[in-house]
Write a protein that binds this ligand. Structure first.
Ligand code: ATP
Ligand code: ATP
Ligand code: MG
Ligand code: MG
Ligand code: MG
Ligand code: MG
Length: 264
């Protein structure tokens, strides 16, 4: 007991550090699967793109949107997902480590909980983990540049991976031969390879593979009923908000012009 009395809580606490994110900026949390190259092999994901694995990622992202109300938009590809919090969010008083850790742990738990729903025939062989990081973007322009960067990355990787796996699966090349073959090739040459050698028109491939997935809250307008009380109107409006998953171009301004309420 004498020992316990010696502990000075203020002193112990003084070692903690401030990690509040800049006010009035868009907070982006990006999570990424740890060693999913291996995870996808062990769980025999279809290459280059396992559709069910992507659907599982999307379903977890929707669950995160529903859980963390301040998230206004999310974009995902492969084993990663970016979550955008509204500019003036006070989630965890904007403390970086809490925001990242709660997002990444919720996502990971969801991934494990939903595994059977998406892979009823496959056993989950070991617990997957995700890393997470957080960055603040001070303007909507830079935020859209960030999202465009992720979508460009999706496109480049998908094009490379499609060629790579075609060479391995259809031409019997080893992985290192395929890698060597593709080294230094331009986007145009890759598209030509796909057409000439495999009869694949890149632009005809599944849109989710080429453009990734985005999810956001969609509000549905309803005809107001004169008999409704103020309270019941509120609850109807709440129930008519739904998370939508789409696959489309977010680099061109069209999507953002069609959905101005996401960023306002
Ligand atoms: P790190 O731990 O550094 O993130 P990683 O092995 O997860 O390493 P990434 O760059 O994140 O490397 O790439 C993820 C890898 O996971 C891809 O290269 C791909 O092999 C695999 N992968 C992820 N999702 C899918 C999917 N839906 N279908 C097939 N393979 C996938
Ligand atoms: P926060 O999200 O702020 O951490 P919290 O509800 O998790 O909120 P904590 O201060 O972390 O609050 O306290 C954890 C609470 O969880 C305890 O007050 C207790 O009610 C409950 N709890 C945790 N572990 C046990 C346990 N082994 N047996 C019974 N109750 C438990
Ligand atoms: Mg990583
Ligand atoms: Mg990864
Ligand atoms: Mg990744
Ligand atoms: Mg707690």
């Amino acid at each position: 007991t004498e020992e316990v009395e010696k502990i000075k809580p203020e002193f112990v606490r003084s070692f903690q550090f401030e990690n509040k994110l800049m006010p009035s900026t868009w907070i982006v949390i990006r999570i990424d699967g740890c060693h999913f190259h291996r995870f996808s092999e062990v769980h025999e994901f279809e290459k280059p793109n396992d559709k069910q694995a992507l659907n599982l990622m999307n379903s977890c992202a929707v669950a995160v949107l529903e859980e963390i109300q301040d998230i206004i938009f999310t974009y995902g590809v492969s084993d990663e997902y970016s979550f955008v919090l509204k500019k003036d969010s006070q989630f965890y008083q904007r403390r970086a480590s809490e925001i990242v850790s709660v997002t990444v742990s919720f996502f990971s738990s969801m991934y494990v909980m939903k595994w059977k729903e998406f892979f009823p025939q496959k056993e989950l062989k070991y617990p997957p983990s995700f890393d997470g990081r957080v960055v603040c973007y001070p303007s909507s322009k830079i935020l859209l540049d960030y999202l465009a960067w992720r979508q460009v990355d999706c496109h480049i990787n998908n094009q490379y991976n499609t060629c790579f796996w075609m060479l391995v699966k259809k031409k019997g090349k080893s992985k290192s031969e395929a890698q060597h073959y593709l080294k230094g090739t331009q986007a145009k040459e890759k598209n030509e390879l796909l057409i000439k050698e495999f009869g694949i028109d890149y632009n005809e491939l599944e849109i989710m593979f080429r453009q990734g997935s985005l999810a956001f809250w969609q509000k549905f307008c309803v005809q107001e009923d004169k008999n409704m009380t103020h309270e019941s109107k509120g609850s109807v409006q709440n129930s008519l908000k739904k998370v939508i998953v789409e696959h489309c171009d977010i680099i061109k301004p069209n999507f953002w012009e069609a959905h101005p309420s996401i960023l306002d």
